[in-house]
Design a binder for this molecule. Sequence first.
Ligand code: SF4
Length: 438
Amino acid sequence: MSAVIPIQRDAADLGCADAPVLRERGQREVFCGLTGIIWMHRKIQDAFFLVVGSRTCAHLIQSAAGVMIFAEPRFGTAIIDERDLAGIADANDELDRVVRQLLSRRPDIKMLFLVGSCPSEVIKLDLSRAAARLSREYLNQVHILNYSGSGIETTFTQGEDACLASLVPELPQSTSDTPSLLVVGCLPDVVEDQFARLFTAMGLEGVQFFPPRSSRSLPSVGKHTRFLLAQPFLGETARALSERGATHLVAPFPFGVEGTTEWLRTAAHSAGISPERFAQATHVSRERAQRALERHRERLQGKRIFFFPDSQLEIPLARFLSRELGMHLTEVGTPYLHREHLKHELALLPSGTVLSEGQDVDKQLDRCRAQAPDLVVCGLGLANPLEAEGLTTKWAIELVFSPVHGYEQSADLAELFARPLLRREKIAPSTSQEAVCS
Ligand code: SF4
């Protein structure tokens, strides 16, 4: 059995803990917070997400999720049309009518989120009042909540943050004096099960996950609750949990072997689990994951990568790619940089890494072209033009849609970055062949 290796770094080397950050507030190219519905509707299986928006919002969600033909969908759009916009129809009455119709047809829905959009904000439709009004009508039958996924207010992963923050006041109060652990952030069920097994093997019983798979099993929270964020974009949710008395365990995020080990170790340490027990519980998964990473290191080592700001996963992913796969970071952009939540991650980035927060897309494109990186992580809107310019790209949204947390997924995460480079290598000879032929 091998010992758990603590994070290797010089005591004097603070990485990017105090590094300057280029702050930009120009035009940005990011999906709106409605996108979060795509992964959240799969998680809370008796919830329904009703977007109160336009046909554009409906198209965004349907094309991002694919149209479900055989299943009863768990999301939909109450379309705000010209009559609502012109004030001819009372949008509140219309919304109540749509909700009643939906809930009478779908008794399986136990939690309903009214999701605000740009159009609902423009006509100043007060969804919190609508949720309160409808909650009275459906008391003890359906939880009705609201949050905003509007592109005016949110980037795509902030939709999950806004959704979970709206759910925190609904969590039952814990009356237990025994410390408990809550893992916060949407994880695919398979990943949640892997973590649950590791916690059990360490001797940590009764770990709860938020959001839960069913709205009927909301975790309790109180002053003896400690919580670990599984996602770096949950600032509002963390604040709401802290206001309920819970304690945030700040840790690196569980991406890659190192991040997963440190995340789990933080949980184990807070529960007083011995280093030996921790090592015993994790070493098999850790070593297997390290071996699985080796085949990707060969392809990724020394390659230069540039991150446009999209998902707020950028800093933990950059740490993983740099420390475990030997990639060189040319610029790491993130929509928002929460220094406290990311303090361990920043300290693990190589000193001198260029960090940027927010976006002024034209300036950032210029910096990207000047760097000529081997791989660019960006949104769908930038990927095609950059590919046409000869740059190799990775869609940021795929990193959020795919299971990427934990030991078992470390190699899959590395592969998401290796695949575009392989594709480019395969295309390159045929392109030059065509050029020769023509
Ligand atoms: S919420 Fe706004 S940004 Fe998002 S799809 Fe609707 S109109 Fe577009």
